[in-house]
Design a protein around this ligand. Structure first.
Ligand code: IPE
Ligand code: IPE
Ligand code: MG
Length: 240
């Protein structure tokens, strides 16, 4: 079985980029300073992927719960996302990175959504690395939206309730074109998943590291990715 093949690196790595606020606070700076420093780290990790055999990288940038933060922080983050897309657009296109966004776009400002759509379109022909950025993403929100769309399909007579299985539901998720993550990394020492890829990470390996996201390097990423090969993924079966 392909799933139990040994000494194989992860094809899809997902990262919960946490610790920006604490990183800034430790320096006596506002939280947004940490978010800017954190955003700069993404490129290094993306660039490290091809040599490590990582084809899919998914990063958690903003959760459906992050709206609870101050208006200053939320507005600053939205502006950062816009500026990040504008600034990185060309480099991403040229580096062969295919960018996708997951999450609920309804609550996002039009200007940002337009930039997201544009970047997805501009990189649609790329295939070297598939970078997925989760903005206003929450696993429960995603599954709920999928269930709602599925219900409409049933109502319209295009889907029979008796045909609904796990694969059907997965087709309605934002991640429908992506493989499930093999490895999920969370920085900043918190050992929780905070509503990230709930459905997709059912059998993912987890790695929780103490490093705050703005201090996370390609080197540390490489070490974690390489240590993954030593793990024994059984998917509920017994190893023979
Ligand atoms: C992660 O860093 C980035 C976002 C959630 C947007 P945090 O802002 O959560 O940083 P800490 O956890 O407060 O240090
Ligand atoms: C998770 O981090 C979301 C992102 C990294 C975007 P949070 O900092 O929001 O998670 P909690 O509040 O510690 O669970
Ligand atoms: Mg946090």
């Amino acid at each position: 079985m392909a799933e139990t093949s040994e000494a194989k690196g992860p094809r899809h790595v997902a990262v919960i980029m946490d610790g920006n606020g604490r990183w800034a606070q430790m320096r006596g700076r506002p939280r947004l300073f940490g978010h800017h420093a954190g955003a700069k780290r993404v490129r290094e990790v993306v660039e490290a992927c091809p040599a490590l055999g990582v084809k899919y990288l998914t990063v958690f940038a903003f959760s459906t719960e992050n709206w609870k933060r101050t208006q200053t922080e939320v507005a600053g983050l939205m502006k950062l996302f816009r500026r990040y897309i504008e600034k990185e657009q060309r480099a991403l296109v040229e580096a062969g990175v295919r960018v996708r966004f997951i999450g609920d776009r309804v609550k996002l400002e039009d200007k940002l959504v337009a930039l997201m759509d544009e970047l997805e379109l501009l990189t649609a022909g790329n295939d070297l690395i598939h970078l997925t950025i989760a903005i206003n993403y929450g696993g429960r929100n995603e599954v709920t939206r999928a269930a709602k769309r599925m219900a409409f399909e049933v109502q319209a007579g295009r889907l029979r309730p008796e045909d609904v299985d796990a694969e059907t539901l997965a087709r309605f998720l934002d991640t429908h074109v992506l493989p499930d993550p093999d490895l999920v990394i969370r920085t900043s020492g918190e050992a929780r998943i905070s509503n990230f890829l709930l459905w997709q990470s059912a059998y993912s390996e987890y790695e929780f590291v103490e490093t705050l996201w703005p201090d996370f390097t390609a080197e540390e990423f490489g070490k974690i990715v390489k240590s993954y090969a030593a793990r024994d993924r059984r998917f509920g079966a017994v190893r023979v």
